[in-house]
Design a protein around this ligand. Structure first.
Ligand SMILES: Nc1ncnc2c1ncn2[C@@H]1O[C@H](COP(=O)(O)OP(=O)(O)OP(=O)(O)O)[C@@H](O)[C@H]1O
Ligand SMILES: [Mg+2]
Length: 471
């Protein structure tokens, strides 16, 4: 066997091995000539068209493989075979193809090949090579996966949204609960405070009642006493007139008891007793006035009476002590009309403001020596006036500590106190604010200069306007 014969044999053997190898490949491989006619194909393409290679060879691949894009037939000049031969470039694209009345998706990779060899010298060496792969299932799986992913994403988004909504709802509920709790605590504190004030009212009323009886008893009998004593003194005078020289024993006693002095001093004593009982009656009246704390009905009253009776209750705190100077109360009262109000509640406001004023003065005094306290003139000024035909004003000012600017905005808040535990509940001003604004439709404002003092201004209508009356 010549060398060339041996080489040809070798080449044939390699070719048939390649043919066998290529027939096992799953992708369809097809080779065309310059005109796009099938020149060679592997077994996969035979299976794809269900035709033997002999029947396929020589057929135009463009005709044999009509491709679609988005359901529309691809024109011949856009077919991968044409593109490969015309542009001489490689590429890869997916197309639709109708096979056995079903649309499949083909991934087609194309390339241009030009081979020059002795064997092809005469041949047209330009060819296109196409590799076709059915990716329908893959695409479908991908589409499904995408769908599932999208569904999952939607579900996650929905769940996230639901969770966020639930969270917002929970937060709102928590806020509402917190608000309710605060309201409840306020109501509770208010009840305790009201109860405290009402107990104080009852106590005062009880004391007033107890004092009233004996005072009436004394003042009622004073007139008789005066009459009897006058009679008795006149009788003595008559005796002295007709018996100017009594027996020694009578004269001794007359000198001892200083009958002259007794006769002149007795009416004075009686007068001061009268004044005393009048004063007690006045005090009892004030106590009774103050004890109208829990009266629920609206009454037209003289506001000055309320202020005076409150001052009377606080009298003991206004006097000079080792810790605090005497507090001078300046009453700058002007003519006021009767004011429709809940008397007890209004007295409670005066009580809270005046007690705070005394506390502030005492706090300031606590920093001073006894001499300084004595020299300092502590005072509370109460000025009443008419604002216009429908409003009156009560201003209560003290020269105590004053309120630091940073806390001025908090003083009407429930439970806000700067006083030690057990001394202040922090409810006084909160309740006063409610009484004036809500229950009487009035205004309560505070002006304070730290170190100088504080001034509270109460403005209330002469005829009650409750907040609920306003639309
Ligand atoms: N005249 C005032 N001078 C200085 N500080 C004042 C005055 N009035 C109120 N305050 C401040 O406002 C705070 C709140 O007053 P509020 O009357 O509500 O409570 P409190 O006096 O502390 O306690 P309570 O409930 O027993 O009255 C006080 O703790 C005090 O710091
Ligand atoms: Mg107070």
């Amino acid at each position: 066997m010549s060398d060339s014969d041996y080489q040809i044999k070798q080449l044939r053997s390699t070719l048939s091995k390649m043919e066998i190898a290529l027939s096992t490949v799953e992708e369809c491989i097809v080779w065309t000539d310059r005109q796009g006619r099938i020149k060679w194909c592997n077994a996969a393409l035979e299976r794809f068209f269900d035709k033997t290679r002999l029947l396929l060879l020589g057929n135009s691949l463009v005709d044999k493989l009509p491709l679609l894009i988005d359901g529309k037939l691809l024109s011949a000049n856009l077919h991968p075979v044409t593109i490969a031969l015309e542009t001489r470039k490689s590429g890869k694209e997916c197309y639709e193809f109708e096979k056995s009345k079903q649309f499949i998706i083909l991934e087609i990779a194309w390339s241009f090949v030009e081979i020059t060899s002795d064997l092809t010298e005469t041949d047209d060496s330009a060819s296109s090579v196409l590799v076709l792969r059915d990716v329908t299932q893959q695409r479908e799986a991908k589409r499904r996966l995408e769908e599932v992913n999208k569904g999952l994403e939607q579900q996650v988004a929905k769940r996230t949204q639901e969770l966020s909504e639930a969270n917002t709802k929970l937060q709102m509920e928590a806020e509402q609960l917190q608000k309710l709790l605060t309201e409840l605590q306020q109501t509770q504190a208010q009840l305790i405070h009201t109860e405290k004030m009402s107990s104080l009212g009852q106590l005062v009323a009880g004391i007033a009642h107890e004092i009233n009886n004996p005072v009436n008893f004394i003042s009622g009998n004073l007139a008789y006493l005066q009459e009897y004593i006058c009679d008795l003194l006149n009788f003595v005078k008559l005796y002295q007139k007709y018996y100017p020289n009594p027996v020694l024993e009578i004269e001794k006693v007359a000198n001892k008891i200083d009958i002259e002095f007794l006769q002149t001093d007795f009416p004075k004593i009686l007068r001061s007793m009268e004044m005393g009982t009048e004063r007690i009656t006045q005090i009892v009246l004030s106590l009774r006035n103050f004890s109208r704390m829990d009266e629920a009905e609206i009454k037209a009253v003289d506001i000055h009476e309320g202020i005076d009776s409150t001052l009377l209750i606080l009298q003991h705190r206004l006097k000079l002590t080792a810790e605090s100077s005497e507090i001078k109360v300046i009453r700058d009262y002007n003519q006021l009309p009767l004011v429709e109000c809940y008397t007890g509640q209004l007295n409670q406001v005066f009580m809270n403001i005046l007690a705070n004023a005394i506390d502030a003065i005492e706090e300031l005094n606590a920093k001073w020596t006894y001499q300084e306290i004595k020299n300092h003139s502590s005072q509370i000024t109460i000025r009443t006036s008419v604002v216009d035909s429908q409003w009156v004003e009560v201003v209560i000012a003290d020269n105590g500590t004053g309120i630091p600017e940073a806390i001025q905005q908090h003083i009407f808040n429930p439970f806000f106190t700067t006083k030690p535990v057990g001394k202040g509940t922090g409810m006084g001003m909160a309740i006063s604010y409610k009484i004036i604004t809500k229950n009487h439709g009035g205004k309560l404002t505070c002006f304070s200069v730290p170190g100088k003092g504080t001034q509270f201004t109460i403005q209330i209508p002469t005829k009650i306007i409750r907040e609920d009356d306003n639309p």
